[in-house]
Design a protein around this ligand. Structure first.
Ligand code: PLP
Length: 264
């Protein structure tokens, strides 16, 4: 069968972010997405109204059912929602229920693009510190990088996370809306190995971070080296955003939904 990426991610009923973004992005990368659902959120393209997290045992049982059955070649995580879920995923790695050599793309989701809460930020940050050493790649925006590393400077923060065990860090300035073009810096083992500058398109996007991380996970599952997967994701994500759908064209606060089925 196609290469399989097992995702730990939440449901966004608008279909812009979360597990739907994962399924579509990984499919477009040529791989198959399997999902262990971590939470059901209540949100639309404009705001988050709340969420209910799945219990850690429910998430674990979904994941182990897949791991016992499908040839999972990459793990991806997005919204985990609770410290229990982060600790459970950490144990799956620590106890080798997920084999140690399995590449793991960790999108350290703390808050939604719209600013809505997707968990208690401070406790999530503390729990993430135990999970980060298992990550092949983490894909923080600048807010997440600063929260996880405790550093204001992006480059110092990225290098620090590498020294704490994460293999690679892709920092994105996509959520710094007054920063001009979007810059992405890829650090592997503390060295910057790639920098990209992407045009900042008008509007805000719902699910762009999930889509980018999942496309990279999908390309890794298809055999790309990390740097190739990141470059391929850069050009793909730009096209999905250029073709994004505006649910409320007259509402300046509404976020656009990436069109992940764009030709590329
Ligand atoms: N996962 C879920 C379930 C979400 O609802 C969101 C945002 O709303 C995210 C992840 C992160 O989304 P983004 O890719 O916009 O950072």
């Amino acid at each position: 069968m196609r290469s399989v990426v097992l995702c730990f991610s939440g449901l966004d009923p608008s279909g812009g972010a979360g597990l739907q973004a994962d399924i579509e992005a990984i499919g477009q990368a040529g791989a198959h997405a399997a999902i262990a659902c971590t939470a059901v959120t209540i949100q639309n393209s404009q705001q988050v109204f709340g969420f209910e997290a799945c219990s850690a045992s429910l998430v674990k049982n979904q994941a182990t059912a897949v791991l016992d059955d499908l040839p999972v070649s990459v793990i991806k995580s997005g919204m985990l929602g609770t410290t229990d879920n982060i600790a459970m995923l950490t144990r799956l790695f620590a106890e080798q229920i997920i084999p140690a050599e399995t590449p793991f793309v960790l999108d350290p989701v703390l808050v939604a693009n719209s600013g809505g809460s997707l968990g208690d930020e401070q406790t999530l940050v503390t729990a993430f510190r135990e999970l980060l050493p298992y990550a092949t790649l983490i894909t923080p925006n600048t807010h997440e990088l600063r929260a996880l590393s405790g550093e204001q400077d992006l480059h110092i923060g990225a290098r620090k996370l590498c020294t704490q065990g994460t293999h690679a860090v892709l920092v994105k300035t996509s959520h710094d809306f007054d920063s001009g073009d979007i810059k992405q810096y890829l650090y592997i083992k503390g060295e910057m190995v790639h920098k990209s500058v992407l045009p900042r398109l008008a509007g805000e996007f719902h699910g762009s971070g999930c889509s980018l991380a999942s496309f990279i996970a999908g390309r890794l599952a298809m055999g790309d080296a990390l740097i190739e997967a990141v470059k391929a994701a850069d050009s793909w994500i730009t096209q999905t955003l250029r073709a994004a759908d505006a649910p409320h064209p007259d509402n300046a606060n509404a976020q656009l939904i990436p069109n992940r089925f764009v030709e590329f």
